[in-house]
Write a protein that binds this ligand. Structure first.
Ligand code: DAH
Length: 359
C-alpha cells in the first residue's frame, strides 16, 4: 500500500499542478477521488488488509487523501481567480474611447423645429407665448374677430363644424387666440400663439390640418412702423440673412384696418427665381375687435399678424410639397428631419446654434 501511494502521489499532485481549467481540475478530482478513482480504489483495498497493517496504511492513505483534497481546493481557487481576472480584463470598458455616432436617434419633425425657431426668436424679442384650443367656438374664431355670420370671409375659410353643432368648430385660424388673450389680459400685450388650424382643403399647398403662428401687440402708441420693424428683424433672424426686403401690399382682413399682405424679397426670393414671396397677413387691430374684447379703441391700438408655419418651413428648408409633412413616411422624416441637438432653445438661441446645419 505504501509503495502504491508513493507512486500515485507524484502523479496526482502533478496532474493537479498542471490542470489549466476548472474542468480539468474536476477531471483530476474524479480520477483520484471519484467512485472509481485511484485513491478510492486504495480505500477499498484497506478492507481486505489485516487489522494491524490496515491501521498504518489507513493513516498514510488518509494523510495523502487530505493532501490531495487541499491541493485540489487551492488549485480550484487559483483557477477561479485567474478566470475572473481574465474576464474582467476582457470586459473592461475603455471610458476614454470616443462615443459611437447616434445612428438610432430619432428625428425632430421640421414643423416642430421651425416652431421652436420662431418661438425662440420672438421670445428673444420680448414676446410671450399664448395658446388656445383646437376646438374653438364661433365667437372666438369668427364673431369677435369682426366676421359676422353672413360675412363672405367665412366662405373663404371652409370650416369643419362639430357634428350637429354649428357653434363648435375646428379653428380655421390662430387669430382666435388674439381674442382669448385680450379677454383675459390688460395691455401692454405682446404675444405669439402657435398651433394647429383646420380647413377643408387638400392639394400640393393645402392640407386639412396645418399650422399657424399668430402675433399680437397692443399698447397705447403701437404703430405699423413697429410691425414692420419687428417683422423685418424676425425675417433676418429666421432666414439667417441680412439680404431681406419687406413689402406691405394692401389687402383685406375683417379683423385689421388697414390690412396688408407682407411679401419678402431679397436672397430668399431670388433663390427660387422670384422677386417677391407672399408670406403673411397683418395689419392694425380693427377697433371693433378691441371693443369686442372690452378695450377702448381710443385708448389702445396695436398690430396683429398671422402666418403659416408650414410655409416658413418649406421656404427655409427647401421642402417642395406640403403633403409630405403629414404622411409619416420615415424616409421623408430622415431626410428633412432634425437631430434633437439642432433644435434651438431660448437660452442657446438660433444664431448661436449655427443655424441651418442641413444645408
Ligand atoms: N387669420 C388669417 C388667415 O388665416 C391670417 C391673418 C391675417 C392673421 C391678418 C392676422 C392678421 O393676425 O392681422 O388667413
Amino acid at each position: 500500500m505504501e509503495e502504491q501511494i508513493q507512486t500515485l502521489k507524484p502523479q496526482v499532485l502533478t496532474a493537479i499542478q498542471t490542470a489549466k481549467t476548472l474542468a480539468e481540475i474536476e477531471e483530476v478530482r474524479v480520477q483520484a477521488l471519484g467512485k472509481n478513482g485511484t485513491i478510492t480504489g486504495l480505500m477499498k483495498e484497506l478492507g481486505n488488509m489485516e487489522p494491524d497493517k490496515r491501521k498504518a496504511a489507513g493513516q498514510i492513505l488518509n494523510v495523502f487523501k487530505t493532501e490531495v483534497l487541499t491541493e485540489i481546493e487551492a488549485k480550484k481557487k487559483a483557477l477561479e481567480t485567474a478566470e475572473l481576472n481574465a474576464r474582467l480584463a476582457m470586459e473592461s470598458i475603455d471610458v476614454t474611447l470616443p462615443s459611437r455616432p447616434e445612428t438610432t436617434a430619432g428625428r425632430v419633425h421640421p414643423i416642430s423645429q421651425v416652431m421652436e425657431e420662431m418661438l425662440t426668436i420672438f421670445g428673444q424679442m420680448g414676446f410671450e407665448m399664448a395658446e388656445g384650443p383646437d376646438i374653438e367656438d364661433d365667437w372666438h374664431n369668427f364673431e369677435a374677430l369682426n366676421i359676422p355670420a353672413d360675412h363672405p370671409a367665412r366662405q373663404m375659410q371652409a370650416t369643419f363644424f362639430m357634428e350637429g353643432d354649428q357653434k363648435s368648430l375646428l379653428r380655421t385660424q390662430t387669430s382666435g387666440v388674439q381674442i382669448r388673450t385680450m379677454e383675459t389680459k390688460k395691455p401692454p400685450i405682446r404675444i405669439v400663439a402657435p398651433g394647429r388650424t383646420y380647413r377643408k382643403d387638400y392639394d400640393a399647398t393645402h392640407t386639412p390640418m396645418f399650422h399657424q403662428i399668430e402675433g399680437l401687440v397692443i399698447d397705447k402708441t403701437t404703430t405699423l412702423a413697429h410691425l414692420k420693424g419687428t417683422l423685418m428683424e424676425f425675417m433676418k433672424l429666421f432666414f439667417e440673412t441680412d439680404d431681406i426686403q419687406l413689402r406691405f401690399r394692401p389687402s383685406f382682413f375683417p379683423f385689421t384696418e388697414p390690412s396688408y399682405e407682407a411679401d419678402v424679397g431679397g436672397a430668399l426670393a431670388r433663390n427660387i427665381g422670384k422677386e417677391w414671396i407672399e408670406l403673411l397677413g397683418c395689419g392694425m387691430v380693427h377697433p371693433n375687435v378691441l371693443k369686442n374684447c372690452g378695450l377702448n379703441p381710443d385708448e389702445y391700438q396695436g398690430y396683429a399678424f398671422g402666418c403659416g408655419i408650414d410655409r416658413f418651413a418649406m421656404l427655409k428648408y427647401g421642402i417642395p410639397d406640403l403633403r409630405g409633412f403629414f404622411e409619416a413616411d420615415m424616409r421623408w422624416i430622415k431626410h428633412f428631419g432634425f437631430l434633437p441637438t439642432d433644435v434651438p432653445t431660448i437660452t442657446n438661441g438660433l444664431s448661436m446654434n449655427g443655424g441651418n446645419k442641413k444645408c
